[in-house]
Write a protein that binds this ligand. Structure first.
Ligand code: COA
Length: 177
């Protein structure tokens, strides 16, 4: 992890300045500027923002929502140990992006860690965390953190909740001395 950047994570509110946010994907820039507030108010997606120190400027964001995947979407190995219900509970990281000015500074990783940490502290069961990478580059980013294809013939990726908890636990306990 690159530790040189300082940001704080907060739930999106009217106090945040999103006006100058730009990422490489126009639809993800637009989402923050035009739709994130609406989806917050409608209980569609909770939006968490990374804010620069001593300012209200948003430099990154992600959204989380409750989700379900169909049991028959899963690979045989992903079905192991499941009770045979039609729908399997999951969490969805719907969007995740950082401002172009923060490229390559480790903010993408911090956003993902914050999302995983938050999801691991929710007192509701979910078998896995699902993401829908917007393109191959985004897929490669998630791949780096252990996300694997959810079923066959799909670009959706998933990370078992068990794996996320282990990773978050390891981060909390810090490097082995
Ligand atoms: C994907 C994204 C969040 C990565 O953010 P970033 O801040 O540039 O990445 P970081 O600096 O945190 O990189 C963390 C690690 O991931 C690696 N990485 C970053 N982008 C990567 C990619 N596309 N593929 C593979 N690895 C990637 C970095 O090399 C780094 O590894 P290192 O520590 O070994 O050098 C960013 O490119 C972005 O916001 N893109 C536009 C929106 C988008 O595509 N979002 C994806 C969700 S749909």
């Amino acid at each position: 992890m690159k530790g040189e950047i300082e940001v704080r994570f907060e739930r999106l509110s009217a106090a945040h300045d999103r006006s100058g946010f730009v990422c490489e994907q126009p639809s993800l820039t637009d989402y923050l500027l035009k739709f994130a507030g609406q989806n917050e108010r409608g209980d569609i997606a909770a939006c968490f923002v990374a804010v620069a120190p001593d300012s209200a400027k948003v430099v990154g964001y992600y959204t989380i929502s409750a989700h379900a995947v169909l049991e028959n979407e899963l690979l045989p190995e992903q079905k192991k140990g499941l009770p045979g219900y039609d729908r399997i509970p999951a969490f969805l990281i719907g969007r995740l992006a950082r401002d172009v000015t923060m490229k390559g500074k480790g903010l993408g990783e911090l956003l993902l860690i914050d999302a995983l940490t938050r999801l691991c502290s929710i007192e509701a069961a979910a078998r896995m965390i699902v993401v829908d990478p917007i393109d191959k580059n985004a897929g490669a980013f998630y791949d780096r953190y252990g996300f694997t294809p959810l079923g066959q013939g799909t670009t959706r990726l998933s990370l078992p909740m068990k794996v996320a908890r282990k990773a978050v636990g390891a981060l909390r306990s810090g490097p082995a001395s």
